[in-house]
Design a protein around this ligand. Sequence first.
Ligand code: PBG
Length: 331
Amino acid sequence: MSQFPLERLRRTRASAWSRAMHRETAISPADLIWPLFVTDGHGVEEPIASLPGVSRASVDIIAQQAQRAVDLGISCVALFANTPHALRDETGSEALNPGNLMCRAIAGIKERCGDALGVLTDVALDPYTSHGQDGVLDRDGYVVNDATVDLLVGQALVQARAGADIIAPSDMMDGRVAAIRSALEEQDRPNVQIMAYSAKYASAFYGPFRDAVGSAGLLKGNKKTYQMDPANGAEALREAAADVSEGADSIMVKPGVAYLDIVYRLQQSLHVPVFVYHTSGEYAMIEAAAAAGAGDRDAMIMETMIAFKRAGATGVLTYHAPVVAELLHAR
Ligand code: PBG
């Protein structure tokens, strides 16, 4: 029997330079997508109670935040609209208004930052409907697929015409990627990307987002007839394969931390860029844990980010994006 361990895995961990040299995974500010909430008015920046450190902002402030993203080396921002309640209706018709908050924000960012920053826009009707569901309802309150897809195509075109670089359908209707892709081709927008939320789960980790876009108080019931069952993995492969065959350039898994197996399986099997959505509830969990003294905030954030990359993610959509970028620059 040997007097010493045959493998000393601690050898390469013994000093900082060696740990750095053997590190398998890295994250950079360019991997980040920063979500921003747009609200009405001018000079408005209102904190969101359930999302400490995140605010809704008017278009002028959104343009400043976009400039901050560029300065930090963040690649892209994702926009969500807090539509004034008076403009919400049964079919979410404000989503098709070329002068809506979302379109004004896209234009404001493009004017300020040009091509230095990507603009990703969410396609789904929930910030525009009076009932908070992502699509239109039939008499029984069921979200109707095909009629919703027609509206989502209109919403996507309005965003693309305003200057959106990436259309991100988060609604989970069947066939919407093909419908949006062919409309973009027909309308002479062949280079507008589609990032499909392929594996979006009916999750308990979206709570603060629904506060942020003002749909929390409106939503009755749940989204389980269109968002995926958290128990399912193989189904995510089918969803993603369908979206890719319909013309998606990249896919999204949402939420993140509890779904790293899905990120891994998609990345291994489909060979397409896979992005992770670190959701509002996941953000809030870290902030609450840190505030309660249960852990080091910055370390918890960075460990979460590297785990996404290790699982195979190309990039991460996270409310922590500016914090992550600043921590990376401070190294
Ligand atoms: C809506 C949408 C949601 C999120 C992004 N787009 C909420 C939902 O599906 O109810 C959640 C984002 C987050 O929690 O940060 N289509």
